[in-house]
Design a protein around this ligand. Structure first.
Ligand code: FAQ
Length: 321
């Protein structure tokens, strides 16, 4: 009989073999504690981002300029709730429950994306969020469809398909606006000026200041570094901005023929740190709103639990009869 140490070494070797062969780790497989913790951290933050991310756009549902725009925006915000649910469900396979994660979010013990701490000041922001924020989310998330943890990778496939619709609806809205009046074009440019830099920050700190990237890449959780994905996003977005006729607010942005990529300026990392520390323009408002929604939803959770208990009791009685 192998002793405990031999068993542990066998499990670890099997985990390493699975990662090296680029196969998936599944919930019942043995995994190192740090791998589990990293996944819980990332998936929870991702889920929280989708849920908090409903707020900036939700702000405009009642003020959408037409029934068509309202229907599109409602569908998008509803998708974001769905993404949050798939992601909480993926996190649950790692042994944490949604209630626990929600408590951590509203107690500020877990993060959500920096981007949702900026206000939506005009309807152009709805288009720009779709174009830039969902565009950045797609760049970051398509590689996560190949994440080494099966439930996360599978959740990401559907999420990415829906994000692609989100990005297109944003671009289509902006195309309509830039083909409208001078005032509408100005509104789009003003919105791009506000969202460009925060969108670049979504990819996380520069590689040299990213404590988690190296290990997450070794485990196949992340497939590219933060800077690689940021570069991909800039290269993808520049021609789209030209097609819209808007200027990206970066005087250092230019094509570099040697690198076959765009050079671009440095985001304000002090602002990023301040937003992560909770002092972004809408941090307090976003969390207060989430807390209130959680409290207002207590009766729904209680009613659902009472119904589930009643059903379980009925099944037990039927089984005993
Ligand atoms: N915001 O060492 P790294 C969406 C934190 S969904 C806040 O580089 P990592 C859809 C990081 O957590 C958007 N915190 O970390 C939508 C870590 O802190 P910790 C969300 C950030 O994990 C669209 C510390 O800084 N997407 O947009 C940010 O290797 C429209 C050091 O950083 C995801 O969550 C940030 N931007 O890489 C919804 C994608 N960046 O945890 C509604 C999955 C970094 O040690 C409307 N996540 N931090 O305390 C990821 O790909 C990664 O977690 C990164 C960060 C790339 C975000």
């Amino acid at each position: 009989m192998p002793d405990t140490d031999e068993l542990a070494a066998g499990f670890e070797a099997e985990f390493e073999r699975t990662i090296a062969a680029d196969q998936r780790i599944e919930p019942r497989d043995w995994m190192p504690d740090a791998y589990r913790r990293t996944l819980i951290r990332q998936i929870a933050q991702h889920a929280h981002s989708e849920i908090i991310g409903m707020q900036p756009e939700g702000n405009w549902i009642l003020r959408a300029p037409s029934l068509r725009r309202k229907a599109i925006l409602l569908a998008k915000v509803q998708d974001e709730a769905g993404h949050g649910m798939y992601l909480y469900a993926a996190a649950e396979t790692l042994g944490v429950d949604r209630e626990e994660l929600t408590e951590k979010l509203i107690d500020s013990k877990q993060k959500y994306s920096s981007i949702f701490n900026y206000p939506t000041l005009s309807y152009a922001d709805i288009g720009v969020i779709g174009w830039l924020v969902d565009g950045a989310a797609i760049c970051n998330q398509v590689p996560l469809c190949r994440c080494s943890y099966g439930p996360y990778a599978r959740a990401m496939i559907r999420i990415c398909k829906e994000e692609s619709f989100h990005q297109r609806q944003g671009y289509e809205l902006l195309l309509a606006m830039v083909n409208g009046t001078e005032a509408q074009r100005a509104m789009v440019q003003e919105s791009v000026d506000r969202w460009w830099w925060p969108s670049l920050m979504m990819f996380g700190p520069p590689d040299a200041d990213s404590p988690n990237t190296q290990q997450s890449m070794a485990w196949g959780i992340k497939r590219h570094t933060n800077d690689e994905l940021r570069q991909r996003f800039v290269d993808m977005t520049v021609p789209q901005a030209a097609a819209l006729g808007v200027t990206l607010p970066d005087p250092d942005l230019r094509w570099n023929p040697e690198r076959q990529a765009h050079d671009y300026g440095e985001p304000d990392w002090e602002e990023f740190k301040a937003v992560l520390a909770g002092s972004g323009p809408t941090n307090a408002q976003r969390l207060a709103h989430r807390r209130r929604a959680h409290e207002n939803g207590a009766w729904v959770r209680e009613a659902a639990q009472a119904y589930a208990d009643k059903q379980a009791a009925r099944s037990r009685k039927e089984a005993a009869a």
